[in-house]
Design a protein around this ligand. Structure first.
Ligand SMILES: [Zn+2]
Ligand SMILES: [Zn+2]
Length: 98
């Protein structure tokens, strides 16, 4: 789920309609559904300048496809959000382990 336009030196910025100019983060399209269906979260990168997460359904698909295939990309429907939104989205989808 690496963005080709990010060489890892400069964080990508995004203009969030809620939070203004922020560092960008990536989530799968499923996690943007409202109200949140609580899909679980798999965090693929916790670099504060390159946060990336997808839901448990995406993780299942990723394992099934054995990598970042076109099928996976289509299913994943990756979306850019700001880091503040990312934290809120993540919190809303985390499933307690017990
Ligand atoms: Zn997903
Ligand atoms: Zn935001």
């Amino acid at each position: 789920m690496k963005r080709p336009d990010n060489d890892g030196t400069e964080p990508l910025m995004v203009e969030c309609h809620l939070h203004g100019r922020q560092v960008s983060a990536v989530v799968c399209g499923h996690m943007l559904q409202q109200p949140p269906p609580r899909l679980g979260v798999v965090e693929n990168s916790n670099d504060p300048n390159d946060l990336q997460a997808w839901c448990h359904r995406c993780e299942d698909m990723f394992q099934h496809e054995a990598g970042l295939t076109d099928t996976f990309d289509a299913f994943n429907d990756m979306s850019i959000v700001c880091v503040v939104c990312y934290a809120q989205i993540k919190a809303s989808h985390l499933i307690a382990l017990n």
